[in-house]
Design a protein around this ligand. Structure first.
Ligand SMILES: N[C@@H](CCC(=O)N[C@@H](CS)C(=O)NCC(=O)O)C(=O)O
Length: 207
């Protein structure tokens, strides 16, 4: 059985909830991050989650590959779409936007300013700029959700599963900064109410 490595509250949560959503025979291992003795270093040389380790020693990393791979384990599921369809490409387009623009482009400088300047006195300014970037990156998502419950088609897909993780992270930030993004607040509540999200949250909280 493959093992999915996740960390509490990390971006690996999308993969974790999909294991529950799709009821996949995949073991989930919760590991600590940013500590040299974490078991993740023996699995992924980058020390990052999510990572899937297979019984033959093969490794799969990166949300943009892991989320589609998980959905493809259940070809009859509606979380993804058939190869060659525009819907499949649109779901992948959102995965790319969320992965690069939202996670790395906005949340990373907010959460890890030390990666952008070794000078601690710069970090407050990096964070302030990242907060503005975060709002600018979220606005098109909010607009795309106007009058809709899901990013692509009329059903919950991989794109919505992944988006929810970042909307959940907004809960750690001053709520007034995002008060105008009403669609995101609505979609976040619906995401949180999903049984798969609740099951994955409970599993991570138990560690
Ligand atoms: N591009 C990667 C980013 C993965 C990533 O940055 N994961 C974070 C958790 S949200 C992590 O493991 N950080 C630990 C570290 O960078 O040391 C992906 O989307 O899978």
């Amino acid at each position: 059985m493959p093992t999915l490595y996740v960390a509490r509250g990390a971006c690996s949560f999308a993969a974790h909830l999909l294991v529950h959503e799709l009821q996949l025979p995949i073991a989930v291992q919760v590991v600590p991050l940013r500590t040299p003795d974490s078991p993740i270093h023996a699995v992924n040389p980058l020390g990052r989650v999510p990572a899937v380790q297979f019984e033959d020693g093969s490794l799969l990393t990166e949300n943009s590959a892991i989320l589609p791979w998980l959905a493809d384990q259940r070809p009859d599921s509606t979380l993804f779409a058939a190869p060659g369809t525009l819907e499949r490409a649109q779901i992948q387009s959102w995965l790319g936007y969320l992965n690069s623009e939202l996670h790395v482009g906005a949340f990373r400088p907010l959460n890890r300013p030390e990666r952008y300047s070794a000078d601690n006195s710069h970090h407050a300014a990096i964070r302030a700029q990242a907060l503005q970037q975060l709002h600018a990156t979220l606005r098109p998502i909010d607009e795309a959700l106007r009058g809709r419950d899901y990013l692509v088609g009329a059903r919950f897909t991989l794109a919505d599963a992944y988006l929810g993780v970042f909307l959940h992270w907004l809960g750690r930030l001053p709520s007034e900064a995002f008060a105008d993004l009403a669609q995101l607040a609505r979609v976040r509540e619906a995401w949180l109410a999903r049984p798969s999200v609740q099951a994955a949250l409970a599993a991570e909280a138990a560690h």
